[in-house]
Design a protein around this ligand. Structure first.
Ligand code: LIP
Length: 269
């Protein structure tokens, strides 16, 4: 089988699978009162039966169809494969929003090759129905229509998505917020890094930055931004490992440097 044919087969399945996963997640979302929720690292870091059920659906279907592929899921961890392909999946990104009944969550599926290049990225926001998708070298799409980052916005006119969690010192986030506001900028925090990164690709956000995020949260979105003409900093960055995560920056090209300068200043404070 050729590389292109292997990739196409996996894209076809990923499209069907993310739709099925979105429907399962929505069924849980409609019945939150009966949803089992557990804390992980702290009260803000939660996992639900919906996360586990959606990941089991995706992981089980992929294992049946492509048993030689590797898989990295937020809830079930890493399983190496022999084919060179590896799926990286966040069954529900924005779990905290999900369990609180907020609509800012999504299903994120990425596929990487043996050289750790992301070749497919799919992000579905089931509440809105928005499906973001990219194939390496073939552009980015939202609901089937081509998308591009916003090349006209600036820090002073655009919205910067900022991620925050208790995995990083509060002061680091506070310093960046202060510097961005002082610069005349504005921020939003949606609670779903994957969805915010996809909104950079759609030209809705000027950029997205988070001091620490995991691979399953961002690999799909970073490909979608690159294919939409955006800048993405190397992830997880020099000296870091896929499983430890790291900082993420995705931006319209004209925003990347001024925002990076603010990030560097905030880190020094
Ligand atoms: C979330 C990320 C978000 C981050 C949260 C959490 P999850 O992923 O999308 O950007 O700030 O701490 O990691 O846990 O909802 O899949």
């Amino acid at each position: 089988m050729s590389f292109a044919s292997d990739l196409r087969q996996r894209l076809d399945l990923a499209r069907k699978l993310i739709d099925e996963a979105g429907k399962l997640a929505l069924a849980h979302f409609a019945d939150l009162v009966h949803l089992r929720i557990d804390s992980k690292l702290n009260g803000q870091d939660v996992v639900s039966a919906a996360d586990r059920g959606v990941e089991a659906l995706i992981r089980g279907t992929l294992a049946k169809t492509f048993p030689e592929d590797g898989f990295l899921g937020e809830e079930s961890g890493l399983a190496d494969g022999r084919s060179g392909w590896r799926w990286t999946v966040d069954p529900i990104d924005g779990t905290s929003c999900f369990v609180h009944g907020l609509s800012s969550w999504c299903v994120s599926i990425a596929l990487s090759d043996a050289d750790e290049h992301t070749r497919l990225g799919l992000i579905l926001a089931p509440v809105s129905g928005d499906l973001y998708e990219a194939v390496h070298g073939e552009g980015a799409r939202l609901n089937g229509r081509p998308i591009k980052v916003d090349t006209q916005t600036s820090l002073e006119t655009g919205l910067v998505g900022l991620g925050a969690s208790h995995r990083v010192p509060a002061q680091e986030v506070a310093s960046l917020l202060e510097m961005l506001l002082a610069r005349g900028g504005m921020f939003v925090r949606s609670g779903s890094g994957a969805l915010s990164i996809a909104e950079v690709a759609a030209g809705r956000l000027a950029a997205y930055y988070e001091p620490h995020i995991n691979a399953w949260d961002c690999l799909a979105g970073l490909l979608i931004v690159r294919e939409a003409g955006g800048f993405t900093a190397d992830f997880p960055g020099a000296g870091r490992h896929l499983l430890t995560g790291g900082p993420v920056l995705a931006a319209a090209p004209q925003i990347a440097q001024p925002l990076n300068d603010l990030i560097a200043s905030a880190r020094r404070h």
